[in-house]
Design a protein around this ligand. Sequence first.
Ligand code: FES
Ligand code: FE2
Length: 431
Amino acid sequence: MNVSQLVEPDRVHRRVYTDQEIFDREMTQIFERVWVYCGHETQVPQPGDYHAFQIGRQPMFMVRGKDHQIRVLHNRCPHRGVQLCGNQRGNVGSALVCSYHAWSFHLDGRLRSIPLQHGYDGTRVSAENPDCSVKPAARVDSYRGFVFASLSPTGPSLGEFLGEAKVAFDDMCDRSPLGEVEVVPICHRVIQQSNWKLFMENQLDALHPSVTHQSTGVAASRVERKIKDQTGAAPLYYHYLSAFASKFEQWDAVQTINFPRGHGILKAYMGLRPQDPDTRAHEDLLVKAYGAEKTEEYLSRGIHHVLVYPYLSVQSPLQQLRCLRPLGPGRTLSEIWHFRLKGAPEAIYRRSLWYYNLVNSPATMVNADDLENWTKAQWGLESEGGDWVSFHRNYGGDTENGGVIYSNNGTSEAVMRNQFRAWSQYMTDAQ
Ligand code: FES
Ligand SMILES: [Fe+2]
């Protein structure tokens, strides 16, 4: 496969979205090598708690040990291959016991016991043979409570991989007076009928909202105005929707910042720092915890989304996180999570819940309109109506400084150009 024939600086071939061979290579070269988000440590608070997910094509789970360490293991019994955790989450008690023949394992994956052990006398089955224990992920690390694993024993550290995108987790956690967040243990799961890259491109695509989300934005702003006229003020969550009705020119004034490895930031546009009593109470708690100067630094970062390429979209000011688990060229599972700021007022959590339900959940009019576009994009790209996908908007007008690309215009397709720069590097990396 010659990647340079598929990706040019200003356009890509439609095959990158539709081809099974390319998808398989993405799994080997990207997803099964880079640091992949497993979950938040508060998803598994007690020893024996587990949470199952995929890294690339590999079914995995994270489990809290008796020593309180979190480990990430392959979801496969070393006996005859049966998955050890059949549910998405739960508690296995003091050991992992396979449902087929009851081989059991310590919570760190080591073989604990085999029924009728003497039947294996003289064979290679023994507690000392690593093949008889559950295979762990090559590397596990965490950043501010967010747990990641890599199936590659070598490569950049988690800190190096995240680079500037670390700010996603700092911006979320620093809004808690305790510096920590806690997962809300329900997660929407949506299977998108489209390639994972369409989602990643769309996250920082400021050209689409005033078209795709116009009907929602306009309807919400009418109601918002009416409530304002009648009562003097409309609840903040109307603004979550009405902001989508911003004009092209307004979106164009929002900058995107595009980092190495495909990560990126869409700068804030919603004005999410109102001066109502709830916000002021929250800010007072932060000042008490960190002092006025630090609080100001934390609250003025001006972020809307942070992308951790190739699978994460974090909306830190509203404690939202969406994670992709690609299933095939035209099928992508997305997990939609949100978080509580530890020690912050309940009203601040309600704000996050409103956003979760109104914008990110599968029930919203916002997400639904995006999903429809991506499905239709997949259909169009699978057709023979043309071979190339255009990323020409503001091509040649990007500002690059130390490997960081500034879009200058919010609607610039610098985002996609930068993502494909990273994609090509991953796909051709001979490691
Ligand atoms: S397959 Fe797990 S014990 Fe047999
Ligand atoms: Fe959208």
